[in-house]
Design a protein. Structure first.
Lengths: 662, 185
């Protein structure tokens, strides 16, 4: 019965989506607000319907109802409860349902929190949101039905890929989708603005919090995926430039550009058509990512089973959505006249540079991702583009970006003079030069990229701190005044500073962990000692251990520093039964300055085990940096100016006199 | 009007992209003839990826018995897909598989082989990709059949499939469909 209720709710949701797509749009053009109101209610009803469908599917997974094809294919009665639940979105059909659920969630959120928005704009936004939902519901109901039954009912399920049975990965897709789908709001706002022919500061102020929220979720989602790869794949790597990873990275890059260009629209009423384009592109790349993952068009380690029928549908959907919106853009964007002019050295100009570089980075990743496909289409050759390409192209683009990032928050709007800005930064420049020289000296003849990475991260972190100190005028005014400034410091600015510092820390982590990683690969027998840097790993043999749905060979290492035993590490080699698969479970011991990382490999014929031992210095900075970026985003999101539709004049005036909203 | 032309660029780019995506959706791995078939292999001597393993040089390909040469890299996704096939193949003592490790960090290559198994008798580490260029390698993975005299018999671009293996490669390893090399060098 549950499956049929779910199925029925999806069909109802489809009908609601159809009416929600049409009626408020008519209401907006006829200025009939009762029709717009209909759309608001429809958005909430749609959320309820899809939520019921989703809960039905989850229920089917929890009770292990194997008469449902999807549950049978992806679950098993012996699986732990957490993975029964995460199994819901660990497959094509279920994850698509999650996609639609989140889309409906955002649609309902706009409908509910839109008191300050002009009704026509709301009507258009929720109508476009429903149109996207309509397309995906069609795909769900007709081509990927999660509630399809099988007969006869099998006794047990075929299980979930053991690699995916992991807490990190259980929450990776929901966050990723919150990010992907969150960009749909910016997209809908952009299309609505193109139809209305009006983009102004107020528009940017409405779009920015949604974009920011989506960006934060996407940041968390990508980091979770990366963290999972680090400890689960047993490679010690955390980013592989895999097509699916790139598919999530490209919307992130564009989303980052959009966040920054929307500031320019909000404060200076210019760069409008560019911002609109970014809003369209951010979501388009999310859709493109979905297409790449679902159609099986590119080889990837973690793509879902592909189906050309679905691929054709998604491609047609892509062409209608993206092609249609870009056509609308071509038609309407030329009418969006920008206001403010600015000189080459100004905040606006620095944000333009930011945007250009981020877009170049996106183009680079897109080219690398699709090059194998394009080459295949033209000449029939199959190739694989690997990290050498990305490292070679990405670093030269990111370097100037980070340099500009360090000083941009201190450049004033409209017009500024570089020497004035740099003079306030002399201490940062000094620190950076010293840090660069020290690194160069310490790593004499070492990797030159390490020196570059250190310079960039020190520059960015010190720049962020200097920016903060400058704004609160520490030591320039009385301590009391400085304290008042901290209190009144707008959260959006604090958030920005923290996120920028986060990027600096991230770069630091990447640089140190990749340049100074220690790695030992060897076969060991019981009693063998291996030295990795300052640490000694003593192999104490193996034992058999049993998990809820796997058997494992567990290796025992005693790790010494000097003569002190600091930790026992137990990497595992797990053999799952349903489905049959072996996974490595690395043992990771985080210390303040780096992770110890041990992997147990295969048993050799002479009773030794291949093992890989690593010391990964400063790898925790990598996760800390990602966390700070997301945290900065959330702090900025809590700024009161987003909660009230337009900032209260007095508040702004007060802060303007303090020089905080410059 | 001239200014408005800029706004057409996004949709033009997108149209191009969707054409490629459309073609890509219906592509099947294709075989393309290589200009190198019937030519003698270049002279080369590649170091091993680790001290414990053997390097690869051109003489290894002239020992009188047909061999397979697989060009792979640890960073190459498709290589992972075809790898089990080579593992299976390596269980047959009659078949000799060599490899060129293309533009790859040797320690990554070792890790890769550790994880997925090593079907290769000898592996040459081609750090800068020079030997691969001489072999006419477009990208990884690629697989060559070389007869016992150093003459290229067959080349397969992209992921090797069981079908190609049975239809094209195994017969050539048995000396069928032999192409004679023009004398060079």
């Amino acid at each position: 019965m549950t499956a049929e209720i779910g199925q029925f709710c999806m069909i109802l949701a489809l009908i609601v989506a159809a009416s929600q797509a049409i009626i408020p749009q008519i209401g907006a053009s006829k200025r009939d607000y009762s029709l717009v109101l209909f759309g608001k209610y429809a958005a909430i009803i749609q959320l309820i319907l899809i939520l019921i469908a989703f809960l039905c599917l989850m229920h089917l997974y929890i009770i292990s109802d194997f008469s449902v094809l999807n549950v049978w294919q992806n679950s098993h009665s012996e699986k732990p409860l957490l993975y029964k639940i995460s199994g819901v979105w660990g497959n094509h059909e279920g994850s698509l349902l999650l996609w639609v659920l989140i889309l409906a969630l955002f649609g309902a959120a706009v409908a509910s929190f839109s008191k300050n928005l002009p009704p026509t704009l709301v009507g258009r936004v929720i109508s476009i949101q429903a149109a996207i939902g309509f397309g995906f519901l069609i795909l769900l109901i007709f081509l990927s039905n999660p509630f399809a039954r099988i007969s006869p009912t099998p006794i047990n399920g075929s299980g979930l890929n053991p690699l995916l049975q992991d807490p990190g990965l259980a929450f990776h897709p929901p966050f990723l989708y919150l990010g992907y789908v969150g960009f749909s709001i910016a997209f809908s706002f952009a299309i609505a603005a193109l139809i209305e022919g009006k983009v102004d500061a107020a528009w940017a102020r409405w779009v920015r919090p949604w974009t920011l929220a989506a960006w934060c979720f996407l940041t968390i989602g990508i980091s979770l995926g990366s963290w999972w790869a680090y400890y689960e794949l047993g490679w010690g790597g955390w980013w592989f430039w895999d097509p699916v990873e790139n598919a999530s990275f490209m919307p992130w890059l564009i989303g980052t550009a959009l966040l920054h260009s929307a500031i320019v629209v909000e404060k200076r009423d210019t760069l409008k058509s560019w911002t609109i384009l970014l809003a369209i592109l951010a979501f388009s790349f999310s859709l493109l990512g979905t297409f790449i993952v679902r159609s099986g068009i590119l080889n990837s380690v973690h793509s879902f089973a592909s189906d050309p029928g679905r691929g054709v549908f998604i491609l047609v959907f892509l062409i209608i959505t993206i092609g249609g919106s870009l056509a609308l853009y071509t038609w309407r964007a030329p009418n969006l006249k920008g206001g403010g002019l600015f000189s080459p050295i100004s905040r606006e100009a620095s944000l333009v540079i930011n945007n250009l570089l981020l877009m170049s980075a996106t183009a680079t990743v897109l080219l690398g991702t699709l090059y194998p496909l394009i080459l295949d289409a033209i000449s029939g050759e199959k190739v694989s583009v690997g990290p050498p390409y990305y490292i070679g192209t990405f670093i030269p683009i990111m370097t100037p970006l980070v340099v500009v990032m360090g000083i941009a928050p201190m450049i004033s709007w409209k017009r500024s003079d570089l020497s004035g800005v740099l003079s306030r930064f002399w201490i940062c420049i000094l620190i950076t030069i010293v840090a660069g020289l020290v690194t160069l000296f310490l790593t004499y003849k070492g990797p030159i990229l390490a020196v570059l990475g250190i310079i960039l991260s020190v520059w960015l972190i010190s720049g962020s701190i200097a920016d903060f100190l400058e704004r609160i005028k520490l030591f320039k005014v009385s301590f009391n005044d400085s304290f008042k400034r901290i209190i009144n410091y707008p959260r959006s600015a604090i958030g920005g500073t923290i996120a920028h510092a986060g990027v600096g820390i991230l770069i630091f982590g990447i640089t140190i962990s990749s340049a100074f990683e220690l790695e030992k690969i060897q076969s060991v027998k019981t009693g063998d000692r291996v030295q990795v840097g300052n640490y000694i790993f003593e192999f104490k043999g193996t034992e058999i251990s049993r998990g809820p749905n796997y058997d494992a060979i567990r290796g025992n290492f005693d790790v010494y520093k000097g003569n002190d035993l600091i930790i026992k590490m137990q990497p595992e080699n797990r053999s799952f039964i349903n489905p049959e698969m072996v996974t490595t479970e690395a043992a990771i011991y985080p210390r303040n300055l780096g992770d110890l990382y041990a992997v147990l490999g295969e048993k050799n014929p002479n009773n030794t085990f291949s093992t890989r031992l690593y010391y990964k210095p400063m790898i925790n900075c990598l996760w800390l940096g990602c966390l700070l970026m997301a945290l900065g985003g959330f702090i900025s999101l809590s700024d009161r100016k987003y909660r009230i539709g337009a900032p209260k004049k007095r508040f702004i005036e007060k802060n303007r006199t303090l020089g905080l909203y410059n | 009007m001239k200014q408005n032309l800029i706004f057409i660029i996004p949709i033009i780019l997108f149209s191009l992209l969707s054409i490629f995506l459309g073609i890509g959706l219906f592509l099947k791995p294709k075989e393309i003839p290589s200009a190198l078939i019937g030519k003698t292999i270049p002279l080369f001597n590649l170091p091993p990826v680790s001290e414990k393993l053997n390097g690869l040089k051109d003489k290894d390909l002239r020992l009188g018995k047909p061999v397979l040469v697989n060009v792979f890299a640890s960073w190459c996704g498709p290589c992972r897909i075809e790898h089990p096939l080579f593992m299976e193949l390596s269980r047959n003592p009659e078949i000799i598989i060599y490899a060129i490790n293309h533009k790859d960090n040797p320690s990554n290559a070792i890790r890769w082989l550790d994880l997925y198994g090593n079907p290769y008798k000898k592996i040459g580490s081609d750090l800068d990709g020079r030997v691969s260029i001489d072999f006419g390698v477009y990208g990884v993975p690629e697989t060559f059949v070389i007869d016992g005299k150093g003459c290229v018999q067959y080349k397969h671009i992209s992921v090797l499939t069981k079908e190609i293996l049975d239809r094209e490669i195994v017969p050539r390893l048995k000396g069928k469909k032999h192409v004679k090399c023009k004398l060079k060098q």
